[in-house]
Design a protein around this ligand. Structure first.
Ligand code: FAD
Length: 378
């Protein structure tokens, strides 16, 4: 019997949706199976920032490629995607931070990424609400912001229009060779199975080193134009890399309606989605250290989401050797929106044997086999 589909994708978050869309665009017959509604997992609660990051060469290549794919898709995105190329400003708090900004600027220049180094005065001119005396910042003008959930739903609509199926409220119980077992009974047979179940991916593929890293976000009513760019403190990257410590970083984003989204916290191995008032207070306090006036605006609400954190900070994209025919697309931590388009494209290229634009090797899951879970690389 031929399989029901070429590719069964488990999970309809932004990563699963992108994998399904790229596979369908490559001519494969696709079925998406989602336990809840599309884009109701972590894809529903995040900052939606799409940015080039330089934490490692592999992270840089994947984020650079994906940012380009987002810009290429921009004209087609629906209005609800709220695509806005507002750029990122990495804000230095200390002279040491400024040196990091200078190094990042040189690196970006070498690699052809536009960036501008701002001194203290220029930073205040461009973002007058930032407190006086900050030493400077780095503008990366081609970073952008989207609202991910409607993008995921739109990609899934495109999968349907190319003959694929999307089944929501269809939890998957297990993956056997070429078979997806549905919790409600029944199976879907597939040549390839893509596990894009985010933080739940290890439940379907035992041994996958992905753990939840809970994050809080706050929505604050502010006046339009209060800040103009996505603002992130330079120290953010070091806190992302230090998986063992709970942390809060200054990360603020202007929204189309004038309100401000304030991020963000990190807590490893927290599965609950409760909002912790102490974390919210900590985030407001941290934001106020950079933007003294932000404390005056009413907090509208807070929300949480679970980042799927891999053991080495890179996503897992490609075959999972312990399960024949199973491919992973998971472990994107705080860059899943950014990396989603490139992830789907790389995976589809690999499945149809097409040459991909960047090598998939650094992201192949085989690298984590035999390694203990969560040994941060130094
Ligand atoms: C506070 C916060 C801020 C963030 N900010 C950013 C940002 O600015 N930029 C950025 O790039 N990223 C950001 N992220 C990270 C980003 O949101 C995630 O990396 C991304 O959403 C992960 O997408 P996903 O599709 O892998 O997972 P999910 O969106 O969680 O999707 C997984 C899906 O799988 C389904 N599923 C699970 N188990 C099963 C099963 N057994 N059967 C069927 N379906 C199943 C789930 O229901 C879910 O819908 C942020 C995250 C948080 C929490």
């Amino acid at each position: 019997m031929p399989p029901d589909v070429d590719v069964a994708v488990v999970g309809a978050g932004i990563v699963g949706a992108s994998c399904a869309w790229h596979c369908a665009s490559a001519g494969l017959k696709v079925a998406v199976l989602e336990a809840a509604g599309p884009a109701e997992g972590t894809t529903a609660t995040n900052m939606g920032q799409v940015l080039v990051e330089d934490g490692s060469p592999a992270e840089f290549e994947l984020t650079r490629y994906s940012v380009r794919l987002w810009h290429e898709l921009a004209q087609e995105l629906p209005a609800e995607a709220e695509y806005r190329p507002i750029g990122t400003v990495w804000v230095a708090e200390t002279d040491q931070d400024l040196q990091v900004a200078e190094r990042r600027h040189r690196f970006f220049q070498d690699k052809g990424i536009r960036s501008e180094l701002w001194d203290s005065e220029r930073l205040r001119q461009e973002e007058p609400q930032l407190r006086a005396g900050l030493p400077g910042g780095l503008l990366v003008p081609d970073d952008l912001v989207v609202t991910a959930a409607p993008v995921a739903r739109w990609l899934l609509d495109k999968v349907r229009s190319s003959g694929g199926t999307v089944r929501d409220h269809t939890p998957v119980r297990g993956l056997a060779r070429g078979q997806v077992e549905l919790a409600g009974g029944g199976r879907v047979s597939a040549t390839h199975i893509v596990n894009a179940a985010g933080v739940a991916s290890p439940r379907l593929s035992p041994g996958v080193p992905v753990r939840p890293r809970k994050g809080h976000l706050i929505y604050t009513d502010a006046r339009p134009g209060f800040v103009r760019h996505q603002l992130i403190e330079i120290g953010y990257v070091a806190r992302v890399l230090d998986v063992r410590a709970d942390s809060i970083s200054f990360n603020v984003q202007p929204r189309p309606g004038g309100d401000i989204r304030v991020g963000s916290s990190r807590q490893l191995d927290r599965w609950d989605l409760t909002v912790d008032p102490a974390i919210v207070r900590g985030m407001v306090d941290r934001a106020t250290e950079f933007l003294p006036a932000i404390g005056r605006f009413p907090l509208e609400r807070a929300a949480t989401g679970l980042r799927p954190a891999s053991s080495d900070g890179l996503p897992l994209i490609g075959a999972w050797p312990p399960q024949d025919g199973v491919w992973l697309a998971t472990g994107h931590e705080g860059l899943g929106i950014t990396m989603s388009l490139a992830t789907g494209r790389l995976l589809a290229d690999h499945l149809v044997g097409r040459r991909s634009e960047i090598p998939i090797e650094p992201y192949l899951p085989r690298r984590v086999l035999g390694r203990a879970a969560h040994q941060p690389e130094t």
